[in-house]
Write a protein that binds this ligand. Sequence first.
Ligand SMILES: Nc1ncnc2c1ncn2[C@@H]1O[C@H](COP(=O)(O)OP(=O)(O)O)[C@@H](O)[C@H]1O
Ligand SMILES: [Mg+2]
Length: 339
Amino acid sequence: MIELRHIQKVFHTPKGDIHACQDVNLTIQTGEIFGVIGYSGAGKSTLVRIINQLEKQTSGEVMIDGEDISLLNPKDLRKKRTKMGMIFQHFNLLWSRTVQKNIELPLEIAGVDKEIRKKKTRELIELVGLQGRENAYPSELSGGQKQRVGIARALANDPSLLLCDEATSALDPDTTEQILDLLKDINHKLGITIIMITHQMEVVQKICHRVAVMSEGKVVEVGRVKDIFEHPQHTVTKRFVRDISSKIDDDKQNENLKKIYPNGILLRLTFDEDISRQPIVSRVMKETTLDISIVSGNLTNTIDSSFGVLIVNVLGGTKQDYENIIQKFQDYHVIVEVI
Ligand SMILES: Nc1ncnc2c1ncn2[C@@H]1O[C@H](COP(=O)(O)OP(=O)(O)O)[C@@H](O)[C@H]1O
Ligand SMILES: [Mg+2]
């Protein structure tokens, strides 16, 4: 169990004091996947660095299994830290080392015997699904694969805690899903406590049991993910919940539209301020023989321009014709998504 008690962190800067953590109190149960969500600058990374003591708190206690680890001497702290794995947004891999050698690194540092190292690395590679890529260099890997290396390396010393700081923020949605599935699997198989630092509500929704919401250095809300979703209390929490709800609505809306307009293609055209004054739709219509019908529109007018989204159904063409019309819109700097 991890208990943060009255954690304060003040950074003294030439521009004044920054209160990165203000009286943070949290209890994280063993085996839990615990989320910490907040916007940039909320103090999340500072908090996670205090948990592994890469950063010393200004005051407060960091209790791990009943022991205040901030009181440990450097040697004992280093030992403790080997039981805390960490993964990062930008992976932090060594570019001159292969997958295998990156994963082996923490074991080398811990002075583990070569044969045991090899065996352990093989197991880890299998666990994270990187079989066949052992000898690749990080530059030859996709983002998702790089994060798999990061995860394997973090697990090398059999940690009881895995700290993830924006671990999926640099990944596309599909890859994010896969990495989250892997983390869920690891939590389940190995019983490791996972702390997920994120600004993405999808991450919390997908794998966290409980979540703390941080804003301006303070924990403003904490609870079971389901409860937080159903009854957000704080303004910041409400904003996170609203953002994700509208995303889900979009997906549902897309599915419905595809049922209503099964023929041709459906395009979502996004116009920004600079271009929405131009008669783009009529120009594109003149340049094509395809039928374009407007499905829905949501254009917002401001004092000197308008911007927004138009959904159109394009009919009566071949795949090539559709590609051409998409290109035409793009030539006018319209953002085009195929629904
Ligand atoms: N080493 C540091 N020195 C000075 N200020 C810092 C330092 N690290 C973080 N901060 C400040 O502390 C606040 C919280 O930062 P951080 O913990 O990185 O937030 P988050 O991870 O939620 O984006 C920010 O205002 C940031 O600028
Ligand atoms: Mg951060």
